[in-house]
Each structure stands twice: as structure tokens, then as C-alpha cells.
Design a protein around this ligand. Structure first.
Ligand SMILES: [Zn+2]
Length: 379
């Protein structure tokens, strides 16, 4: 195992932050897996899962079982981890106003497509190596002056040539769920079964270029751009793993999640060893544009009528927003109904809603007309 530190540009005199990166297995060995935790810095469950992963990887290494390469960034966002306001950690948006930490990663596909024209062969395996080399080269030319931009480039540089990318997040209050691209539903299903995911969301054009799409997206974009020239396999499975809710930080869960991730690596030949039979899946993958995101119509106290994990039917009241100054006095409420049949899998923790606030998610099987491609992730 090798550990390196990547220094980020100093944001202020006397201050400097760094990323610590742990590498297991022979450098350059395949398949390569990449893990990072808490890119949204106030999502703590991933930080604990990463510690259990490191323990498992140390043991696998001691037993000589790491045949591919595994890269772990156990603390992906030291900038966000230092953002406290009035005693609370706020790690989703950059205080330096560059926005959501998990949006706006560089999209390498367009530049890479131009460079790859005429350079590919009829051999898909060779093309994978050529595409990886090109993506690394295009990324290496990108400049970052701001600390957050440098952080994003550093993280993407570690992951861009991986076969498997795991971005460990959590929701506000939620059941364990995954996001991946619709082209990787089979991998998503296996990982979901291993982790006991309640929901597996398949994305197509989520928008905003989050980290998982920045890693996996170039492959399907290049495949589409160069389909008449050469075969390009989708050589990167990237997933955002939502490790339940922000307060779900427990050693037993974290140890089980890390063990499940390591068993997935065994199934894919990154680590040797017998993972055992695949657990039965808790769900079938469903489309991200089938997620009904319920929105508060007015300000008020939020009262849920449905709990996490409950099935809801289209038209059923999921929550009420209590209008504190409405009529009749003491009984003014706006009922909020689900637009789809599905599973209530994530809720906002706060119980005071603002008008327009998205507060809860129901995973349905069918795409919903109001969900727009390119704007499928909440900010
Ligand atoms: Zn997140």
C-alpha cells in the first residue's frame, strides 16, 4: 500500500489543505476500483465506511489477495469539512460560491472525441486503453486556480481511468440507494443486491455533471460520437452510493457496507476470494425521471403522513404543510400528494418548509412528465 498527499492551493495565508490517497495492489493493475467519501462534506456515513474499507483492504493485502488496483480517498472534501456556520457543518455548497461540490466536474468527452478521431482500431480492448490515455491527457491539461476547482481536478484525475468508481454520499433521512447510468443497470443490480439497496436509480442525462457522470459519461458520449469509426465499450461503471441518512453513522452498518463493497470487488476480480452467493435483491432498478420529488407549495410546518420505506399510491397524501397563520385557525393545512405509485425512500430532516422546497422522494417505475432531462438532480 502506498499513501500520497496531494496539496491543494492555499486559500489564505497560513492555511493549506490536502487530500490523502491510499493505493493498494500493483500500480496500473486491472481492474481498477476507486472510492471517495463525503464529497458533500456534511454526509458523514461515507467517512466511516471508508475507514472500514481501509481495514478490509489492509487485510486483503496482507493475504496477498489484491490482484487489481484499489484507490481510496477517505476524505474527499477537506474544504467542505471546514465550513461551519453558527455551530453547524454545511458541506454541500462551497462557501467560496463555486456552487454544489458535486456538480460542474469537467466534461472531457468533446475534446477527447476530436483527438480520438482516426486513432481507434477494430479492437475494443485496445480502444479502451487509448480512450483512457486520451482522457488522462485531456484532464492533465486543465488548469485550476481556485482551491475547489483544484480539488475537483485532483479527484477526477484519480478516478477517470478506473473500471469501477464509488462515490460515497448520503441523503437527509433515507434508505440506502444507488444512482448509476441506465447503461449499467446490470452492474447496479448486482451492487444493489450486495448492499441491500432499497432503490436503484438509473440516470440518463441527469444534468449538472456530477462526479459519477464525469467518470462514466465520457464512455457513452464517445461511443455515440465515434460509433461509425470504432467499437468503444462502456469501460467505467460509476455509482453514487447514498448510505442512508445523515445521522445514520453506526459501526455495524458501516462494517456491513464496506464488506458488501469488497465482495463486489471480488465478483469483479479486483480482489481474489470467494464472495459467496449474491444476496437476493430488494428492488428492481427504476428510472431517475420516475422519482416524484414532492415540493412544498407554501411555508409552514411539515408533517409527514408516510414513513420512510412505506409504499405510497398516486394521489395519496404523503405529508401536510401546516399554514401557521391560515384559516380556519389551527386547522389550515396543505395536503401534498404523490404523483406516482412507489416507495418513499428519502425525506428532508428539517420540519419547516419554504415555498418551492423539495422535501421528499418517491421512487416510481414509470417516467414522470414533469421531470426534465438535464435537470434531474436537486441542487
Ligand atoms: Zn451527497
Amino acid at each position: 500500500m502506498a499513501t500520497v498527499q496531494i496539496e491543494l492551493p492555499s486559500p489564505a495565508p497560513g492555511t493549506r489543505r490536502m487530500l490523502r490517497v491510499h493505493r493498494y495492489g500493483p500500480p496500473g493493475a486491472r481492474p481498477k476500483a476507486y472510492f471517495q467519501a463525503a464529497l458533500h462534506a456534511d454526509e458523514i456515513p461515507g467517512l466511516l465506511v471508508a475507514q472500514h474499507l481501509l481495514l478490509g483492504l489492509q487485510q486483503a493485502q496482507a493475504e496477498g489477495r489484491i490482484s487489481g488496483e484499489v484507490v481510496v480517498v477517505p476524505v474527499a472534501n477537506p474544504i467542505g469539512l471546514g465550513q461551519h456556520l453558527n455551530g453547524r457543518l454545511l458541506g454541500r455548497f462551497d462557501f467560496e460560491s463555486t456552487g454544489n461540490f458535486n456538480r460542474g466536474f469537467p466534461d472531457l468527452a468533446a475534446v477527447a472525441a476530436e483527438r480520438l478521431r482516426g486513432c481507434l482500431s477494430a479492437d475494443p480492448a485496445k480502444n479502451i486503453a487509448t480512450v483512457r490515455e486520451t482522457l488522462r491527457a485531456v484532464l492533465a491539461e486543465q488548469q485550476a486556480i481556485r482551491e475547489t476547482s483544484a480539488l475537483k481536478l485532483a479527484l477526477l484525475s484519480l478516478a477517470v481511468d478506473a473500471d469501477y468508481v464509488f462515490d460515497l454520499h448520503c441523503d437527509s433521512e433515507s434508505l440506502l440507494h444507488l444512482y448509476t447510468s441506465r447503461w449499467h443497470s446490470d452492474e447496479g443490480r448486482v451492487l444493489g443486491a450486495e448492499l441491500g439497496a432499497a432503490v436503484i436509480l438509473l440516470e440518463e442525462e441527469p444534468g449538472g455533471n456530477p462526479f459519477d457522470e464525469a467518470c462514466a459519461g465520457p464512455w457513452w458520449k464517445l461511443r455515440a460520437a465515434l460509433e461509425h469509426e470504432a467499437p468503444i465499450p462502456l469501460a467505467c461503471f460509476a455509482t453514487t452510493v447514498e448510505l442512508r441518512g445523515q445521522a445514520d453513522v453506526r459501526d455495524d452498518d458501516a462494517a456491513a457496507d464496506a464488506a458488501a463493497l469488497l465482495r463486489f470487488l471480488q465478483r469483479r476480480g479486483v480482489i481474489a476470494g470467494e464472495p459467496g452467493p449474491l444476496p437476493e435483491s430488494h428492488c428492481e432498478p427504476t428510472p431517475l425521471n420516475g422519482v416524484d420529488v414532492l415540493t412544498a407549495p407554501a411555508a409552514g410546518v411539515l408533517v409527514y403522513r408516510k414513513q420512510l420505506g412505506e409504499a405510497v399510491a398516486a394521489g395519496e397524501v404523503v405529508a401536510e404543510v401546516v399554514d401557521l397563520f391560515g384559516e380556519p385557525l389551527g386547522a389550515a393545512r396543505h395536503p401534498i400528494r404523490a404523483a406516482t405509485d412507489g416507495l418513499l425512500f428519502a425525506r428532508m430532516t428539517e420540519r419547516l418548509a419554504r415555498p418551492g422546497q423539495k422535501f421528499c422522494k418517491v421512487a416510481g417505475r414509470e417516467p414522470l412528465a414533469y421531470r426534465q432531462a438535464g435537470r434531474l438532480l436537486e441542487d
